[in-house]
Design a protein around this ligand. Structure first.
Ligand code: NAD
Length: 501
């Protein structure tokens, strides 16, 4: 079967673009949008329309919120821990069965190279099981013992209770992973959920809805998915007084809008926002190891990664050496069709994103940066939203390209003379998501890491990121945590009960 010239395979283990489900899940029913509206989904490697998604309305969102409210207030979901574990283990098993289908939908929507889909398919499926087991073992009632009070000793119990109805709003760059990361711990903690996936990646959300509806016992209204091409539908979810919490991953600009919309009802908000992270390379660093890895990390998801340390700070004594190693890796990086095994960088997700990236590169050059390599569209890839791996040196830390999130396969390089100067440049940002330090003396690297105003730091390529460790940003990179015990507790309120001995 072909859709506008693009091969569409129908079976799970074949390759080629695959259209996802064009229905939403509201109150246990897979359904089209009110009025039947749909919007087009484009494959970024071919620029062709490959199918449609339901264009949910504010009215659809209202019905989903009503269903989630009813399921929380009147159903037994929040009280039945064993049943929740049972349902989420079913979800895990069903996702395992649908793994190749989910992978093809991811590549179709995002253009993520098949070779690097593991962290976006295998990891989130594993995380469903992780949260089911973690939540089953969590201690929801804790006795803190006797406390002195003016009226005599009081025993205090801490009761961890679900927050209520959680609205989950996700971005397009790692859609299945974030749909899972935002909803599964919330569900396991006893909340009901309305998921609003990003416009560019509706199917990673609608497929999850289909699996929940068709292959699990999750009751009607407990998990809802509303796809939409309109930002106002996410805005309606954020403002709805029936929603108790918004969990959001996306840009800082949208995070601010969500905070404002949540303010009138003082909703709990968990925000994971943009980043502009720095990588401080110390004089004694192993550049032969650190620079190729830094260049690879900038390219593998076409630079569409929130935690990417895109600002490389090199000591002046090793400046040209570092630039040379970065450039060599970028010039030889395997860019191309995401369906081809071995390709590590696919296209940007859409034309507008590539325009933004190319515009920022041009602004860097206009502000005095030296274009070392890249800077345009690969000559051999005229179709698809591809961008050349790009290296800019001599970048002014106050220039636009050093201050704004690029979200493309682009690294900037700035020289420094002292550790204090490197730390000051790294901290010269409204963001504070992550950072990196490379150096042979790990104690010194750790001392530098401690001075970075960010939520997370990697030293010598040892990742800070994992399901068992808290992840969150400082500054305008966010509020609150995902992952680890801290991340689970975000979806719980603590009720403190004082009682007789
Ligand atoms: P975005 O902010 O444009 O959109 C994210 C989601 O918000 C989408 O679902 C969108 O429909 C919705 N939305 C838009 N306007 C809204 C409004 N007014 N009210 C409610 N919802 C609204 O972000 P994006 O372009 O999809 O994703 C890229 C951004 O996400 C980057 O800034 C990246 O750094 C960030 N990100 C952060 C993390 C993290 O963990 N900190 C992870 C991945 C991506």
């Amino acid at each position: 079967m072909t859709v506008k010239g693009v091969l569409v395979a129908s079976e799970a283990n074949e390759t080629g673009v695959l259209a996802g489900d064009d229905r939403m899940l509201i109150d246990g029913e897979l359904q089209h949008a009110a009025g039947g509206a749909a919007f087009e989904v484009i494959h970024p490697a071919s620029e062709q329309v490959v199918g449609r998604a339901a264009d949910g309305t504010v009215e659809d969102m209202g019905r989903a919120v009503a269903a989630a409210r009813r399921a929380f207030d009147d159903g037994s979901w929040s009280a039945d821990l064993e049943f929740r574990k049972h349902c989420l283990m079913q979800l895990h098993d069903a996702m395992e069965r649908s793994k190749e289908r989910l992978r093809r939908i991811l590549i179709t929507e995002v253009g993520c190279p098949v070779t690097v889909t593991g962290s976006q398919i295998e990891s989130p499926i594993h995380e469903v099981k992780h949260w089911a087991e973690f939540g089953a073992d969590f201690e929801y009632l804790r006795d803190t013992g006797l406390h002195d009070t003016p009226l005599g000793p009081a025993r205090r119990m801490l009761r961890y209770e679900p927050v209520g109805v959680v609205g989950a709003i996700t971005p397009w760059n790692v859609p299945l992973y974030l749909n899972i990361a935002e909803t599964v711990p919330a569900l396991m903690a006893g909340n009901t959920v309305v998921l609003k996936p990003a416009q560019l990646t509706p199917w990673s959300g609608s497929e999850l809805g289909r699996i929940v509806a068709e292959e699990t016992d999750i009751p009607a209204g407990v998990f809802n998915v509303v796809t939409s091409n309109a930002n106002e539908v996410g805005a309606a979810l954020s403002a709805d007084p029936r929603v108790d919490m918004i969990t959001f991953t996306g840009s800082t600009a949208t995070g601010r809008a969500i905070l404002a919309a949540a303010a009138p009802t003082v909703k709990k908000t968990l925000l994971e926002l943009g980043g502009k992270s720095a990588h401080i390379v110390l004089e004694d660093a192993d550049l032969n190891a650190a620079m190729p890895l830094a260049a690879m990390m900038a390219c593998v998801m076409s630079g569409q990664s929130c935690v990417l340390p895109s600002r490389i700070l090199l000591p002046r004594s090793r400046y040209e050496e570092g630039i040379g190693l970065l450039a060599t890796m970028m010039q030889n990086f395997p860019v191309g069709d995401p369906w081809t095994p071995g390709v590590m960088q696919g296209p940007q997700i859409c034309a507008a994103q590539r325009e933004k990236v190319l515009g920022l590169i041009a602004s860097g050059v206009a502000d005095g940066a030296r274009l070392v390599t890249g800077g345009g569209i690969p000559a051999n890839l005229p179709v698809g939203y591809y961008t050349e791996p790009t290296l800019l040196a001599d970048v002014d830390p106050n220039s636009r390209i050093a201050q704004e999130e690029i979200f493309g396969p682009v690294l900037t390089v700035t020289p420094y003379d002292t550790d204090d100067e490197a730390v000051a440049i790294a901290n010269n940002s409204i963001y504070g998501l992550s950072g990196e330090v490379s150096g042979a003396d790990v104690d010194r690297a750790f001392a530098i890491a401690a001075r970075l105003r960010t939520g997370n730091v990697t030293i010598n390529g040892k990742s800070h990121f994992g399901i068992d460790s808290p992840f969150g940003g400082t500054g305008q990179s966010g509020l609150g945590y995902r992952n680890g015990t801290h991340g689970y507790q975000e979806y719980l309120h603590i009720k403190t009960i004082g009682m007789p001995e």
